[in-house]
Ligand binder design. Sequence first.
Ligand code: MTE
Ligand code: MO
Length: 209
Amino acid sequence: MGQSEQEQPPPSDPRLPPGQRLQRGWPVLHYGPVPRFKPLSWELQVFGATASAEKHSWGFEEFHALPRVTVRSDFHCVTRFSMLDNEWSGVAARTILELAPPAEQVTHVMVWAEFGYSANLTLADFAAETTVLATHHDGEPLTVEHGFPVRLVVPQLYAWKGPKWVRAVEYMRADRRGFWEERGYHNLADPWTEQRFSYQEEPGDGPLR
Ligand SMILES: Nc1nc2c(c(=O)[nH]1)N[C@H]1C(S)=C(S)[C@@H](COP(=O)(O)O)O[C@H]1N2
Ligand SMILES: [Mo]
């Protein structure tokens, strides 16, 4: 067999961060059980350091009446699978910041989901144009396994920073670790520099543990 017929490794997609591989299909991955949706008591709340010092909340219908966006983005799980070119639609996180403005001193948010799952983000990551409280993926309503009725998508960070089954956003004047960030995962979670685990953190990357 000639050299030219030898199989070459496929060229890697420039959209794939280091150490990631492409995933066919869409796996379901989360810690703990899938919550049951209760339409009458469901609400999305904003609390903590709001500008008005008041809580804000939207019921299911109210949330679905908010202005909507559609954003295409890639999805990177720290367990090394990535899915490229997903279409998410829902409410931009920015819209929430406009409707429920944070106090001036707010630097971080904690996004809370059912059963106490949480993820901390810088205010800048939450405010990014592509950060979406998604209700739909590729034109279809989310299934309950994938986060129905609402999940957060923060495409520039590893996917654990995007809670499924979101129920609240807490505005914070200082950083605090969320669920996985307290359990050995990196406080910042940038896939391009492989910020996977907390032992890789540099001074200043996160609050003391
Ligand atoms: N509430 C909640 N959200 C979560 C998780 C979780 O355990 N609980 N896991 C995160 C992780 S690690 C990943 S990779 C994605 C997986 O989303 P998917 O199941 O829709 O693929 O959800 C994220 N959101
Ligand atoms: Mo993940």
